[in-house]
Design a binder for this molecule. Structure first.
Ligand code: GUN
Length: 287
C-alpha cells in the first residue's frame, strides 16, 4: 500500500487534541470574561515513578496552553493514606480548584478506592469516583474517564457509526475497559469485553467492527486477529530500550484496518485534552 493510502487511515490524535484544546481555550477565556473564574487543576503525585512524573508534566503543560491554573502536590512515597486524603480534603474545600487528579498507580500501602472516594465528585476530573462511574453506567455521561471519552470523541470526529456495531474491548480495567464498555453500550453498540482470562481471544477480536485494546502487552494483536475494515484503537504503551510500542502490531495490522491509532500520537494526546475539558466543566458548574 502507498504511504498516502496508509496515512489516510491513521487517526491523528495530536491533530484532534489540538482541535479539542482550541475549544477548551475558548471556553476558558469566556469563563474568565463572563464570570471572572479561572479554572484550576490540582494534581497529586505520590512517589517518584518516572512515567507518572512525565504524565503529570504533560498535563501541566496542556493546562498552560489552554489557560487553566495548575498546581502540583508532590508527596513522598512514604505518605500515608490518611495524609493523602487530608490533602484531598483541603483541595475539595478550595474554591479556586475545580479539578483534582491523583496520578495512578499509588504505592501499594494506599487503598486506591478509598482515595478515589475521598475526592469531591464535582471535582473528579478523572471520572474515577464511584458516583461518576455509576452515573456513566446508567447513561449520564458527566465526568467520564478521559481515555475512553477521548476514544468516543475520535469515533465521532471520524464519523464512525457506533449503533449496532460489534465493539470488542480487550482489557477490563477501571480506567479504560469498563468505562469504555459503558460508553459504547450507551451509544447502542453490541459490546464484548475480553481480558487476560479470555479463552479464545482471536474469536472475539476477528469479529470486531470496532476494536479497542488496552492491555499493556506489546503487539498482542496481530493481523490475523482483526477483521478487514475494522476501526482500531490502541491504548497500550510498552517502553523497551527507549522506544514505545502499542498493543497492536501496527505495521501489519494497518493493512486491514479502515482506521487505526498509532502509538505514540494516537489516544494519549486525546486523553489529556479531555482532562482539560473536564476542568473547564468543573469550573463552569460552580455557582
Ligand atoms: N494512570 C494511568 N492513566 C491514568 C489516568 O488517566 N489518570 C490518572 N490519574 N492516573 C493514570
Amino acid at each position: 500500500m502507498s504511504d498516502e493510502g496508509v496515512d489516510s487511515k491513521i487517526i491523528d490524535g495530536r491533530k484532534l487534541a489540538k482541535k479539542l484544546e482550541a475549544e477548551v481555550k475558548k471556553g476558558v477565556e469566556e469563563l474568565k470574561l463572563d464570570r471572572g473564574i479561572t479554572p484550576g487543576l490540582a494534581t497529586i503525585l505520590v512517589g517518584e515513578d518516572p512515567a507518572s512524573k512525565m504524565y503529570v508534566r504533560l498535563k501541566h503543560k496542556a493546562c498552560e496552553r489552554v489557560g487553566i491554573h495548575a498546581e502540583d502536590i508532590p508527596l513522598p512515597e512514604t505518605t500515608t493514606q490518611e495524609e493523602l486524603i487530608k490533602h484531598i480534603n483541603t483541595l475539595n474545600n478550595r474554591d479556586d480548584i475545580h479539578g483534582i487528579l491523583v496520578q495512578l498507580p499509588l504505592p501499594g500501602h494506599i487503598n486506591e478506592q478509598a482515595v478515589m472516594l475521598s475526592i469531591d465528585p464535582s471535582k473528579d476530573a478523572d471520572g474515577f469516583h464511584p458516583y461518576n462511574m455509576g452515573q456513566l453506567l446508567i447513561g449520564n455521561e458527566g465526568f467520564v474517564p478521559c481515555t475512553p471519552k477521548g476514544v468516543l470523541r475520535a469515533l465521532e470526529e471520524y464519523g464512525v457509526e457506533i449503533q449496532g456495531k460489534h465493539a470488542v474491548i480487550v482489557g477490563h480495567s477501571n480506567v479504560v475497559g469498563k468505562p469504555m464498555a459503558a460508553i459504547l453500550m450507551n451509544h447502542n453498540a453490541t459490546v464484548s469485553i475480553c481480558h487476560v482470562y479470555t479463552d479464545d481471544l482471536k474469536k472475539f477480536t476477528s469479529d470486531a467492527d470496532i476494536l479497542i485494546v488496552a492491555t499493556g502487552v506489546k503487539h498482542l494483536i496481530k493481523a490475523d486477529m482483526v477483521k478487514e475494515g475494522a476501526v482500531i484503537f490502541d491504548v497500550g504503551i510498552t517502553e523497551e530500550d527507549g522506544k514505545v510500542y502499542g498493543d497492536v502490531d501496527f505495521d501489519n495490522v494497518v493493512e486491514k484496518a479502515s482506521l487505526i491509532t498509532p502509538v505514540p500520537g494516537g489516544v494519549g494526546p486525546m486523553t489529556i485534552s479531555i482532562l482539560m475539558q473536564h476542568v473547564l466543566m468543573g469550573a463552569r458548574n460552580t455557582n
